[in-house]
Design a protein around this ligand. Structure first.
Ligand code: SAH
Length: 368
């Protein structure tokens, strides 16, 4: 018998006991199993990690978000105490760059306390190290619900894409949940539940309902989005969500696995690969807005960062660059963040804001 990793052994045990496993449960275990999950056991970020995110590409990203937060705080009436909450802060790079930028605004700097929502012990240690020099009040929490009450500015960059998705496949008989089972070759394989999901059509947007057979529809549990919406509506403040995904709900499989900087099969090397899926911004907005927060966007990341002045910031940094290669690096980072090419983030990534009704239009989301 082949040697399986502890995580694979556990998932096989569960499938043997209860039958094929829904995609969401599988993804949740691969990423977040308290012992063997991908995020639990390592720091996957940065140029030597499995993938690279916008704050790891350039300091400009976090700096602009720091100034964005300061403007939102002013729009909130500059409360004396403001919680800055980051969901899935990675290595703490975004928050560190944001804190550098807000040193220019002492009243805001003195009003804020940082709250980090993180499941990964490895990344929590990285965040501790990265944020230490700023000497701000900071604390860690397992979920947004654990963060003490009070007006807040919430940041989530590449957080929602890491939350588990479920999948359903359309057949003549309806939509069947997609599952992971064990094939005749003893390997993991995708299967579909024998019976369709009852009344599933009623929950679907019209365009998805009319999709051809064999179409795949993906959805996330709304819990995290609803917690966010409720917090904003009840306690005040705003949330900025940046992620890769689509503005409208639609069919199509987007589940993707990455390991060692290359695409991987989501059904192999469990726990050693990152598994993500596009964020359906329409579905996210419906869940957040249902709780009473007001949505703005989504707009492309390129448009959002341009409106916040990324080109001016890049030019200023280039003036200070002492070598030609340092200047070229700034150009390359700018192109990666706002470019529209396949490997760039400008178009694929979207920014959306959810705000308390009293705030008005948050910076970057003005109607053009
Ligand atoms: N925002 C960072 C990191 C993105 S990676 C950046 O842009 O670089 C996803 C982050 O979310 C990691 O910090 C990961 O550990 C965290 N994470 C994933 N699932 C989570 C969950 N269910 N609860 C809290 N944090 C989670």
């Amino acid at each position: 018998m082949a040697e399986h990793s502890p995580l694979e052994t556990e998932i096989r045990r569960r499938i043997a006991a209860a039958g094929p496993m829904p995609v969401g449960e599988y993804m949740g275990l691969c990423l977040g199993d308290p012992e063997h999950g991908y995020y639990i056991t390592r720091d996957p970020l940065g140029s030597r990690g499995d993938f690279i995110t916008a704050p790891e590409i350039s300091q400009m990203f976090g700096e602009l978000i720091g100034l964005w937060m300061a403007t939102v705080w002013t729009q909130m009436g500059a409360p004396e105490n403001i919680r800055i909450i980051e969901l899935g802060p990675g290595r703490g790079t975004l928050m560190s760059d944001a804190l550098r930028a807000v040193q220019m605004i002492p009243a805001f700097r003195d009003a804020l306390a940082v709250h980090l929502v993180e499941i990964s012990p490895a990344l929590k240690s990285a965040q501790e190290r990265t944020l230490e020099p700023w000497g701000v009040a900071k604390s860690w929490h397992a979920t947004l619900e654990d963060v003490p009450k009070g007006p807040a500015i919430i940041i989530a960059n590449e957080f929602f894409d890491a939350l588990p998705i479920n999948q359903a496949v359309k057949t003549t008989r309806g939509w069947h949940e997609r599952q992971i089972g064990i094939g005749a070759d003893d390997k993991f394989t995708f299967t579909t539940a024998p019976d369709p999901i009852a009344h599933f059509d009623m929950l679907l947007p019209a365009a998805v309902r009319e999709a051809p057979e064999q179409s795949i529809f993906e959805w996330r549990d709304d819990k995290a989005a609803m917690q966010l919406g409720k917090r904003i509506a009840d306690q005040g403040g705003a949330a900025l969500v940046i992620d890769y995904g689509h503005a409208d709900s639609g069919v199509g499989e987007t589940l993707q696995a990455v390991g060692n900087h290359a695409y991987a099969d989501p059904l192999t090397a469990l726990g050693d690969i990152d598994i993500t899926a596009h964020v359906d911004f329409r579905a996210l907005a419906l869940a957040v807005e249902a709780m009473g927060a007001k949505g703005f966007g989504p707009i492309d990341q390129s448009q959002f960062l341009r409106r916040l002045g990324i080109e001016t910031r890049a030019a200023a940094l280039k003036k200070k660059a002492t070598t030609r290669s340092a200047a070229a690096e700034i150009d390359a980072a700018l192109a990666r963040l706002i470019g529209h090419g396949r490997a760039d983030m400008g178009e694929l990534f979207k920014a959306m804001c959810f705000a308390h009704a009293s705030i008005g239009v948050p910076p970057g989301f003005e109607k053009s």
